[in-house]
Design a protein around this ligand. Structure first.
Ligand code: R5P
Length: 303
């Protein structure tokens, strides 16, 4: 069978890339905002009973969630089952504990909401820090795909003599993998967050890497405060300009412009969030995950 798929607005590029590698049929929908900010959702083609993929990367989740839920609910009414959410970027994972008394632990709240409307979730490198697995907060089955092999391949192709650097302890999980696969050394900085936009980093001795190209890698680049601080620190320690790699380029308030103007060699991201810096295509990972999931639950997919 060919897999029916709905693209949430903003996911067209990745959707087309998926269409090239998976037998899928993109169902036309219209999702837009009314002038008052309410959401309008319309299926221009019928959903037939059976599996349905909704591709919706969840950056800017507050505006996306309601139309997503409307679409999922309507699709379910039309017989979609299993309903698979492919959210290459999964939001609301950083508030994973009550840091200050009275704070809502939103990773759980968000997970409960998504679990209520979908049967399966596929995502890429979710920000797991104080929890080890999405299954601790999601009650549906989940697949967490890893972009490290794709990033390592990019480094091997584009950077001679890299040293892979993580700007904080949380990034160690990705940096270690990438460095191993790119056959490069790695270092991890330690970070203290002072506010939403400000961080302070502690850098290790970088003397052994004077002839290396620093490749800074982090899962999320949002305000770019972390990357800019790391780039500035590296400038004092290494002669070569840094390559910055973000798995998920959120780039709040166009923060990529500030980072790109900060004397770096290049800024690249995966296409989990559509952006001009996208150079690494995660579609092959998603294709395999969708096909493997359908095979696991006994649905035949044509090659
Ligand atoms: C946080 O722990 C993440 O791994 C990133 O380092 C962080 O989200 C980056 O945020 P920003 O770009 O706002 O510094």
């Amino acid at each position: 069978m060919s897999i029916p798929m709905i693209l949430h607005p903003g996911n067209e590029n990745l959707g087309l890339s998926l269409k090239r590698s998976i037998p899928c049929q993109i169902l036309e929908t219209k999702i837009r905002k009314f002038p008052d900010g309410e959401s309008y959702v319309r299926f221009l083609e019928p959903v037939t009973p059976g599996p349905l993929v909704i591709l919706a990367s969840l950056n800017q989740p507050d505006t996306k969630l309601l139309p997503l839920i409307f679409a999922a609910n309507r699709a379910r009414d039309m017989g979609a089952k299993p309903l698979i959410l492919v959210a290459p970027y999964l939001a609301y994972l950083r508030q994973d504990q009550e840091f200050n008394k009275g704070e809502v632990v939103t990773n759980r709240e968000f997970a409960t909401l998504i679990s209520n409307y979908f049967d399966h979730l596929i995502t890429v490198d979710p920000h797991l820090h104080r929890i080890d697995s999405l299954n601790q907060i999601y009650s549906i089955s989940t697949d967490c795909l890893q972009s490290a092999p794709l990033i390592a391949q990019w480094i091997l192709k584009h950077v001679t003599k890299p040293v892979v650097i993580g700007p904080d302890s949380e990034s160690k999980q990705w940096v270690q993998e990438i460095a191993h696969m790119a056959d490069a050394p790695y270092e991890v900085f330690s970070k203290q967050r002072l506010s939403d936009k400000e961080v302070q980093l502690k850098l290790p001795d970088m003397t052994p890497y004077q002839d290396h190209v620093p490749v800074l890698a982090d899962d999320i680049i949002s305000t770019a405060g972390t990357m800019i601080e790391a780039v500035n620190g590296l400038k004092k320690l290494l002669p070569l300009a840094a390559v910055c790699v973000g798995i998920h380029g959120i780039f709040a308030n166009n923060s990529h412009l500030k980072l790109q103007a900060n004397g770096i060699r290049e800024l690249i991201t995966t296409n989990t969030i559509s952006h001009s810096t996208n150079q690494i295509d995660v579609a092959p990972l998603i294709t395999s995950a969708v096909q493997e999931y359908l095979v696991r639950i006994g649905v035949k997919v044509s090659k």
